[in-house]
Ligand binder design. Sequence first.
Ligand SMILES: Cc1cc2nc3c(=O)[nH]c(=O)nc-3n(C[C@H](O)[C@H](O)[C@H](O)COP(=O)(O)OP(=O)(O)OC[C@H]3O[C@@H](n4cnc5c(N)ncnc54)[C@H](O)[C@@H]3O)c2cc1C
Length: 324
Amino acid sequence: MQRVIFLKIFDCGGIIKLLEKELLAFDAQSVKYCVPSSKFSTYGGGGSLSISVYAKSASDLLKIAPIAKNLDYPFIVVGACSNILIDDGGFVGLTIMTRTFTGVTVSGSTISANAGERLTKICNVAAHAGLSGLESLYGIPATIGGAVATNAGAFGTEISELIEIVEVLDIKTNKLCKIMGGEIPFKYRNVDRIFENKIILSVVLKLKPGSKDVIDRRIKAVMEMRANSQPQAPSLGCVFKKINGVSAGYYIEKAGLKGATIGNAQISRIHANFIINKGGGNANDYIQLLNLAQNTVYRKFGIMLQKEILIIGEGHNHNCWNYL
Ligand SMILES: Cc1cc2nc3c(=O)[nH]c(=O)nc-3n(C[C@H](O)[C@H](O)[C@H](O)COP(=O)(O)OP(=O)(O)OC[C@H]3O[C@@H](n4cnc5c(N)ncnc54)[C@H](O)[C@@H]3O)c2cc1C
């Protein structure tokens, strides 16, 4: 009954009506309508998602894949939403949420995790099992699926170095397949679109046995480095990619933009490559600051900063699938 009322109130361009029957295959708690970014994004601001389906299992994802494939709207997979900004106009399309598809197991020196498992939880499980390799990635607020799709990295380690197997669901064929880590064309914060139209279901990481004390000490050191060099306020992490190994923050700071504020968003005074939400910040505030940083750095240094974050929503849907 409650669902029927939602369907009537929030008819985002017809998509909700269009998917009304298909989505009955999911329980009511797994399907959400018009959820604002403040509820699920680490930036804590931006537009709403018209329909999001929270997958809890591989079979949920197998059910959602054909729906996404046949849809005349864009769709996207979202993990922890720690790297995606949703435009204030909202995203009219289907969002496949994986954060509820959790689970992690250890076998010898390998760890297998479902796509929605948090990277930090996996790091903790590895540390507890005396497995080393993930310590530098501790504190990245990602799901493992999102971390693999973006080739997350920190303090000299990239997740790509640790991947043995990635299991994916190909939305075009609705088939499951396993890709060996060595076959994936990983680059810096980039996977060359290999996961386009694919949902990462699970990941097997190959780690090395190590002393628990040493692992714990490394994790503590990494957390201290993060706490000392990054803002605690809501953000999407680094806005721009490094340029020839140099943080974009170096140029943004040199351009005098630390602390620049538009609306309720600010270029962090602690780390100039972070845009923080001071409370009530929206996507437009964020995008204006991003443009300010990009234009100013280009004018002053002739360097065009490349976005590390992804923007979706009206005018940005080229970043989604079914829209290529
Ligand atoms: C405070 C803070 C610190 C950060 N520090 C770092 C850092 O040190 N290093 C770093 O690399 N990043 C960092 N980030 C950025 C971010 O956490 C990473 O980019 C992370 O890997 C994104 O994971 P996610 O689960 O949030 O993915 P999302 O933001 O939800 O999605 C990112 C991309 O991955 C795709 N995707 C997500 N899940 C899947 C899936 N299951 N199958 C297919 N595609 C999928 C999405 O479609 C999207 O294209 C930081 C962010 C914050 C807020």
